[in-house]
Design a protein around this ligand. Structure first.
Ligand code: HEC
Ligand code: HEC
Ligand code: HEC
Ligand code: HEC
Ligand code: HEC
Length: 454
């Protein structure tokens, strides 16, 4: 072998080892160990869905649709609820289709039973929530998936033998299906999802503290549970009349909240479902000073045992006062916000919180300068409950890389499909005659259902 040939071989060998070394360093699975979800998210009960629930004796598949064969009224109410719409929610779908979204985690609260999941996640590569190891779920039920927070999410669990049973709160009933009476467990279930306070990393935090807020209001609100207000009592049969069961104390299942439903057609279900504003608003007070009009507004959180607004940090209340002249021309508009402000980068943190605490009263006072060229004659107060800001809707319209064509079309015109906000209070007063008009809940719902956008 000539020297030149030897050199060539050494170079080739050198190059081969060099390439192998690089490949070794870059090979993805080299440093990735599967770590169990339970280990990474100890104490976070929402890190996994409820285990697969087999068919319930006397009922069949544990779908809401099946429960609805006998529990007809409850089923109809539940179908109008935000719970039943927690998967089809356009905002949720839009967030889910962003490539950065930890879908598997989001779905644990929005579709909380394993039967609703194509894939299950028991392990994370390297314990990283962004690298779930997905396994096919042989018990996947696509119909049940569409039901989102279905009856079984609160009512069905596995017994010691691995059979499904229903959790009830009453007893002395004779259902055709197995039932265990565990009222506390059933009533406390809300907190598993509505009291999640967790930091995944610098940017992604879960900050729902409605349960803690309720706890803090114990002194004024006593032993109330979420259901005391969100599941109104009604006297009726639990099941359709043909089954001949007695009329009992029962509960509405529409789970109405702040009066901003997920679709425009659901506005008409808000009042029958139990919607009522949590605020007590005093009539506007005003007085004419030497060269000004002084007015004040007083708003109390009277009926909610938690902050208003609660839950999602994006929400806020907007108060708006307009001063008009005799012809209805706007002379001045002043606004105030009650809500949280967050800073998301470099680290998510709440920078201010002006939400209204249970029992708290917010007073708002302003002065309008009167001069020779204006003559204020009318004052209007409006309160809006805002769920989605236009700036966030714009963000939704932009980044929906993975959405299906159908959703892309909906998201592009999200304001036509999705209520962003509702008008929850309106008062008009004539500054001279003192005559006032107060809008009724029905009028407000009608106006809201015709509004579009923020
Ligand atoms: C074939 C009819 C039928 C079906 C289907 C059915 N139920 Fe029932 N269920 C009943 C009857 C009857 C009662 C007892 C009513 C009474 O005595 O007032 C009952 C009672 C209950 C109770 C109250 C028990 C208590 O004492 O507090 C709950 C909760 C309940 N069912 C949930 C469900 C759920 C969830 C499903 C679906 C997974 C379901 N049921 C499916 C007929 C049915
Ligand atoms: C988000 C949780 C949740 C969901 C979802 C839910 N329920 Fe309930 N349900 C409850 C709670 C809590 C009670 C007990 C209320 C009490 O007694 O304080 C209850 C009570 C009941 C009762 C007893 C009668 C009554 O009205 O108090 C029946 C029957 C029932 N639910 C059936 C259903 C059916 C059928 C579905 C689905 C269509 C369903 N529930 C969905 C939480 C839920
Ligand atoms: C499995 C998780 C889960 C459980 C359990 C749960 N919720 Fe919810 N709840 C949600 C999610 C998710 C939403 C919001 C869905 C959306 O906006 O798309 C929601 C929304 C609501 C709303 C807001 C309705 C609105 O449109 O403003 C109310 C009120 C509510 N839940 C009450 C309750 C009550 C009361 C209970 C217990 C009886 C309960 N929830 C149990 C997950 C849950
Ligand atoms: C004393 C009655 C009461 C109790 C108890 C109560 N709520 Fe509410 N909740 C209300 C009222 C009233 C509203 C409507 C507030 C408004 O005017 O916007 C509301 C609104 C909501 C909303 C909609 C978000 C918003 O800001 O409007 C959610 C979600 C909610 N409640 C969840 C819960 C949960 C979860 C619990 C239990 C931890 C609970 N509530 C306990 C009265 C109550
Ligand atoms: C611990 C349970 C839980 C997890 C995990 C969860 N959510 Fe939710 N989500 C909720 C509850 C509860 C609400 C309702 C809060 C309220 O109305 O106060 C909600 C509401 C929402 C809403 C509606 C907000 C509104 O104002 O109407 C969107 C959108 C949403 N979630 C997206 C997501 C996304 C995206 C993820 C994953 C990054 C996720 N959620 C993970 C429980 C959860």
């Amino acid at each position: 072998m000539s020297l030149a040939q030897k050199k060539k071989i050494y170079w080739s060998l050198g190059f081969l080892f060099f390439s192998l070394g690089i490949a070794y360093l870059l090979w993805p699975s080299r440093s990735l160990e599967p770590v169990s979800v339970n280990q990474v998210f100890a104490n976070a009960h929402w890190a996994k869905p409820i285990p697969n629930l087999p068919p319930l004796a006397g009922v069949g598949e544990v779908r809401a649709e099946n429960c609805g064969r006998c529990h007809t009224e409850i089923y109809q109410e539940w179908k109008t609820s935000t719970h039943a719409n927690a998967l089809s929610d356009i905002q949720f779908q839009s967030e889910l289709t962003k490539s950065s979204s930890p879908k598997w985690l989001c779905l644990n609260c929005h579709t909380p039973v394993a039967n609703q999941r194509e894939n299950l996640v028991n392990y994370l590569q390297n314990g990283d929530y962004k690298l779930p190891i997905e396994e096919k779920n042989p018990h996947f039920d696509p119909k049940m998936k569409a039901e989102a927070i279905t009856c079984a999410a609160c009512h069905v669990r596995l017994d010691e033998q691995g059979n499904s049973y229903v959790i009830g709160a009453n007893g002395e009933t004779k259902p055709p299906h197995p039932v265990r009476i565990q009222p506390e467990k059933l009533r406390q279930r809300c907190l598993d999802c509505h009291n999640a306070n967790y930091e995944l990393d610098d940017q992604l935090v879960c900050a729902f503290k409605t349960g803690n807020e309720l706890q803090a209001s114990k002194a004024t609100h006593g032993k109330e549970t979420c259901g005391s207000c969100h599941m109104q009592e009604v006297q009726r049969r639990f099941v359709k009349a043909e089954l001949g069961t007695p009329v009992r104390k029962a509960h509405k299942h529409a789970f109405i909240g702040g009066g901003v439903p997920k679709r425009f057609d659901l506005y008409q279900k808000q009042i029958p479902g139990g919607y009522r504003i949590g605020l007590k608003v005093d009539p506007i007070r005003w007085s004419f000073l030497k060269n000004g009009l002084e007015y004040s507004i007083s708003i109390k959180n009277e009926k909610a045992a938690h902050n208003i607004p609660t839950g999602d940090p994006e929400r806020f209340l907007l108060g708006r006062v307009s001063i008009l002249d005799q012809k209805g021309n706007l002379l001045e508009k002043k606004e105030i916000k009650f809500g949280q402000e967050w800073e998301w980068y470099p680290k998510a943190k709440m920078v201010s919180d002006t939400r209204i605490l249970p029992g708290e009263t917010k007073n708002w006072k302003e002065t309008f300068t009167v001069h020779s060229s204006n003559s204020p004659t009318r004052i209007v107060l409006e309160l809006y409950h805002i769920r989605l800001k236009e700036s966030n809707a714009e963000y939704m319209r932009k980044g929906n890389d993975l959405a299906t064509e159908e959703f892309k079309r909906k998201i592009a015109k999200v304001e036509e499909h999705y209520p962003f906000s509702s008008l929850i209070y309106k008062e008009e007063a004539d500054l001279r005659t003192q005559k006032r008009k107060l809008y009724s809940p029905e009028e407000l719902i009608r106006i809201s259902s015709n509004r579009r956008g923020e």
